[in-house]
Design a protein around this ligand. Structure first.
Ligand code: 5RP
Length: 237
C-alpha cells in the first residue's frame, strides 16, 4: 500500500478518538495532517472542540479547515494531543523533530492528559538511534556542537530547502541533528543534551511513556498498540 495512504489511515483513526468539548493538541507533520483534515470534516458536522497547534504549519492547516484554535494561556490542560514521531521504541520513548517542531510539541505533550502518536510501522524500532534534532540559540551553536561531538557521534546543522543556510525554527533558533555513536539510555541522554547551555530542547521524548498511546498503520490496516506493560494480547486497549 502507498505510504501516504498508510499515514492517512493512522491520522484519520486518531481523529475518531476526539470527542465534544475536548481541548486538543495538534502535532506537526504529514501524518497529523490527515488528522487535521478529518477533524475539519467532523467540525463541519457538529463536533465542538478547541485546538492548540504546535507549529506555524499546523496552525495554517487548522485554519484552512476552519478548526477553532486556542492557546496555552487560555487553557489549564489539554485532553488529548495527536502527534507524529520519527522513532518509537517498545516502551514508547520517542524521537521527534524531523519537522523542527519538537520544542513546542514537547511543551504541548507535557500539559496533555493523553499523547496519541500516529505513525506508519516503519517508525517502530527496537531501540532509539537518532538522529536527534536539537534546537539551539544561535549564540550557543558552536559550544553545543563541540559538546555533542565530545560525547561521541556526528552533528549536522540542518540546512533549509528553498532557503540558503540553516533551518530556523518557529521559535527563531537553529536546529542541528545529532547522531550519537551509541544511544544506551534515552532518559539520561535527553537530560544531558537539554542541560547544555544554549540548547532550547531536544527531540528525545522519554518522559511521556505512561500517557502515550500509539496508532500504527501498515499494509494490513491500523491498530492501537498498548505499551508493553499493558499488553493484553488483543492489540486493543
Ligand atoms: C515534527 C515531528 C513529526 O511529528 C515527525 O517528524 C513525524 O512526521 P511525519 O508524520 O511527517 O512522518 O516531530 O517536528
Amino acid at each position: 500500500m502507498d505510504i501516504t495512504r498508510i499515514k492517512q489511515m493512522a491520522g484519520e483513526k486518531a481523529a475518531t478518538m476526539v470527542h465534544d468539548g475536548m481541548i486538543v493538541g495538534l502535532g506537526t507533520g504529514s501524518t497529523v495532517a490527515y488528522t487535521i483534515e478529518k477533524l475539519g470534516e467532523r467540525i463541519k458536522t457538529g463536533l465542538c472542540i478547541q485546538c492548540i497547534p504546535t507549529s506555524i504549519q499546523t496552525a495554517m492547516r487548522a485554519m484552512n479547515h476552519q478548526i477553532p484554535l486556542t492557546s496555552l494561556d487560555l487553557v489549564s490542560h489539554i485532553d488529548i494531543t495527536i502527534d507524529g514521531a520519527d522513532q518509537i521504541d517498545p516502551t514508547f520513548q520517542l524521537i521527534k523533530g524531523r519537522g523542527a517542531a519538537h520544542v513546542r510539541e514537547k511543551i504541548v505533550a507535557q500539559v496533555s492528559d493523553l499523547l496519541l502518536i500516529v505513525a506508519d510501522q516503519s517508525k517502530c524500532v527496537s531501540a532509539l538511534t537518532g538522529p536527534i534534532p536539537v534546537e539551539v540559540i544561535a549564540f550557543g551553536l558552536y559550544p553545543v556542537i563541540l559538546a555533542l561531538k565530545k560525547m561521541g557521534g556526528t552533528v549536522i546543522v540542518r540546512e533549509g530547502q528553498k532557503k540558503d543556510g540553516p533551518v530556523i525554527s518557529d521559535n527563531g533558533n537553529i536546529v542541528i541533528d545529532y547522531t550519537p555513536d551509541f544511544l544506551f539510555d534515552p532518559v539520561l541522554l535527553e537530560s544531558v543534551i537539554t542541560m547544555l547551555p544554549g540548547v532550547v530542547g531536544c527531540g528525545i521524548f522519554s518522559g511521556f511513556t505512561k500517557k502515550t498511546r500509539v496508532i500504527i498503520a501498515g499494509d494490513t490496516g491500523c491498530r492501537i498498540v498498548p505499551a508493553q506493560s499493558e499488553d493484553n494480547g488483543t492489540g486493543l486497549i
